[in-house]
Design a protein around this ligand. Structure first.
Ligand SMILES: Nc1ncnc2c1ncn2[C@@H]1O[C@H](COP(=O)(O)OP(=O)(O)OP(=O)(O)O)[C@@H](O)[C@H]1O
Ligand SMILES: [Mg+2]
Length: 254
């Protein structure tokens, strides 16, 4: 059996006196799509932030490919192959699509030569070719020269996915990717993610849309008040009494 791609082991985090994550343990196997679900304020984004390096846990261990990354800087985690999208799309509105992708690629610049390439030479640079090819693969090449701020939200969301995966990520973390999308946009996002899955990319997804979770996730972990209260297939956890109680009175009733 191969080792899990990512492990979170007995991780805790508090802000002020508030225990936001309590003794959280779960793992993500290579190639699987894991859903992290739970009511508002359960700690899902905070858990993401500790995996991507925005926050350092107070205690516990995070490993990626068998290596301790608990205290590693987020920039180094990106280079290891951990990519994420944020709850709100973080693209630069006043730049074109391919310029945004270029900024993302800069993060993984390996040497001084890449960083020192003058901007005016970039159109012929291999990064532009790579960016266009990545857009083309997802059927988005027509948007390469469009200003991000002028594009519909669903397209921006998928451009953000291209940005996140362009760096050759093996783990892609998505925080509420379907939020704010209409059914047509959600379907386009679903096929985009299916392609990434086919390519062997491991996905960790926080999402409130249970139909979307059902379509895309192999397993789910349920958080409530910072603790894992259940895990298994979506159908299994939906039958769980603790999960039902946690969602009771919220709109996202499982
Ligand atoms: N930087 C911070 N400082 C203080 N409290 C925080 C911070 N980040 C998160 N919290 C608190 O931690 C708890 C969990 O927040 P988190 O954003 O992780 O929840 P979530 O599960 O992602 O919720 P949602 O579904 O609404 O996005 C909340 O009570 C939130 O107010
Ligand atoms: Mg959140």
């Amino acid at each position: 059996m191969t080792a899990p791609l990512l492990t979170v082991e007995a991780v805790s985090k508090s802000f002020g006196g508030l225990n936001v994550i309590r003794d959280l343990t779960f793992k993500v196997e290579r190639g699987e799509t894991l859903g992290l679900i739970g009511p508002n304020g359960a700690g899902k984004t905070t858990a993401f932030n500790m995996i991507s390096g925005v926050f350092i846990p107070d205690s516990g261990l995070v490993t990626f490919e068998g290596r301790d990354i608990t205290r590693m800087a987020s920039r180094r985690r990106i280079k290891l192959g951990i990519a994420r999208s944020f709850q709100n799309v973080r693209l630069m509105q006043h730049l074109t699509v391919w310029e945004n992708l270029l900024v993302g690629q800069h993060v993984r610049a390996s040497g001084l030569i890449d960083l020192l390439t003058p901007f005016r030479l970039i159109p012929r640079h291999r990064w532009r070719q790579e960016a266009i090819a990545a857009l083309d693969e997802m059927g988005l090449a027509a948007y390469a020269d469009a200003m991000v701020g002028e594009l519909p939200y669903g397209i921006r969301k998928r451009i953000d996915l291209v940005r996140a995966t362009l760096a050759g990520a093996s783990l892609l973390m998505l925080d509420e990717p379907a939020a704010g999308l209409n059914p047509v946009e959600t379907a386009a996002l679903t096929s985009h993610l299916a392609l990434l899955k086919q390519r062997g990319i491991t996905l960790l997804i926080v999402e409130h849309d249970m139909q979307f979770v059902d379509t895309i996730c192999d397993h789910v972990v349920v958080l409530n008040f910072g603790q894992k209260i259940a895990e298994g297939t979506l159908a299994q956890v939906q039958r769980d009494a603790l999960v039902r109680a946690a969602y009771l009175g919220t709109e996202q009733a499982a």
